[in-house]
Write a protein that binds this ligand. Structure first.
Ligand SMILES: [Zn+2]
Ligand SMILES: [Zn+2]
Length: 398
């Protein structure tokens, strides 16, 4: 829920710029290396490279998967692959160093990571690469619509923004071969906005790629989904995240703790590695979730009231708590699903609880009375008495 975090001003995941690197200093013991970048997903990268270097790269992609796994960074990789000026064709007459012919027909090295477009994209400074999110980005009021108020806090991606997008893609890119627009989160496309976008996806202008990012693709209209090349972005094995952090200079003990707490999401692991205090906060929150899952209705009402009060006084404080709830039910759901048919009913309840958390987050942003939103969520949770980390759950990430 990085997007959710940004919107409520939370201090946590997704704070590190895409290409962030280099050393920095921070609180805690010794020097903390500030890390960023993509961890894992070698298979997805191979797939994207094959698409980007094909004769007709797809103009519409959907990066579907949970928050924190690297969906946005993968979309940026695709943008780099389309625009990279490195990876010059290899002389076909040169002796074959590889059996794989794709490595000898050029573009083997895309993205090279060092050419001008690659560096600009990594720094978030390429004029043709942009992200469309709820807010004012690309807002273009209709002709003669004099009183179109700005909407920096809007919940949905609006039709005026899609109008702006259509305007933009009608023109040639400023300097790249391709203009790449990432729509994130795509499930927030309003109804009218989605239908307007559809025309562009049906007849995409050349030099354009549109990357939809979503953790809830089932809530995107089918006509849009059917026009997108779907890229599934899954959680990353714990060992791979740990190795990725160590490659970036994170101390082994911290890398192990951050990878463990991140539960398959490299984006979270990076946030934990950059701010180790968050790991402890997270563990405490998950413990509270476990307690509350076993609590009586009265205790839950009480907790909902306190949560609502805190939401009013300091939203940023509530963000990590709801995020922990999401992780808590996600984990339960994963464990129950893996256990097979015996725990099918449990899995269905867990899924219901997970949906209730997501709904609560959406309700809060839509200014539903906080107490009502919190109570509805807490009362949707099944009653469970469980340890936070059982052996079987941990095994799922090994
Ligand atoms: Zn390059
Ligand atoms: Zn607007």
């Amino acid at each position: 829920m990085g997007e959710w975090y940004r919107r409520v001003g939370g201090r946590a995941y997704g704070r590190v710029a895409p290409g962030a690197g280099g050393a920095g200093s921070g609180a805690g013991s010794g020097t903390i290396v500030v890390v960023g970048g993509l961890i894992g997903h070698a298979g997805v990268i191979r797939e994207l490279r094959a698409l980007a270097t094909s004769d007709e790269p797809p103009h519409a992609l959907l990066f579907a998967g949970p928050e924190g796994t690297g969906r946005r960074l993968l979309a940026l990789e695709y943008a780099k692959m389309l625009n990279c000026e490195g990876g010059a064709p290899v002389d076909p007459a040169a002796p074959a160093l590889f059996d794989d012919t794709s490595l000898r027909t050029g573009n083997a090295e895309v993205p090279c990571g060092v050419c001008r477009p690659c560096r600009l994209i990594a720094d978030g400074a390429h004029p043709d690469i942009l992200t469309l999110a709820p807010g004012d980005v690309l807002c273009r009021p209709r002709e003669g619509e004099g009183s179109h108020a700005k909407h920096p806090d809007s919940r949905d991606i609006r039709i005026c923004q899609i109008r702006g997008l259509i305007d933009l893609v009608a023109r040639y890119p400023f300097e790249g071969r391709y203009r790449v627009i990432t729509i994130d989160p795509a499930e927030r496309l309003g109804r009218d906005a989605a239908h307007t976008l559809l025309k562009t996806l049906e007849e995409p202008p050349g030099h354009t790629a549109i990357c939809l990012v979503s953790s809830a693709p089932e809530s995107i209209i089918e006509t849009i989904l059917s026009r997108c090349r779907r890229i599934d972005v899954r959680t990353v094995p714990r060992a791979e995240i740990e190795a990725g952090l160590m490659e970036r200079g994170v101390e082994p003990a911290l890398a192990a703790a951050a990878a463990e707490a991140a539960r398959g999401r490299p984006g979270r692991a990076i946030a934990f590695a950059n701010d180790p205090d968050l790991i402890g906060v997270r563990e405490r929150l998950l413990e509270r979730c476990a307690q509350m899952a076993g609590a009586s209705t009265a205790e839950r009402f009480d907790y909902a009231g306190k949560l609502a009060e805190r939401w009013r006084s300091d939203r940023a404080q509530v963000a990590p708590e709801l995020d922990a709830w999401e992780a808590f039910w996600e984990e339960r759901l994963r464990a129950a699903s893996m256990a097979g048919p015996d725990r099918r009913d449990e899995a269905i309840e867990d899924l219901g609880a997970l949906k209730a958390v997501v709904q609560c987050m959406a309700d809060l942003l839509a200014n539903v009375v906080p107490r009502a939103a919190m109570e509805l969520m807490l009362l949707s949770f099944p009653r469970r008495t469980l340890a936070v980390h059982s052996e079987e759950d941990t095994a799922a990430y090994a």
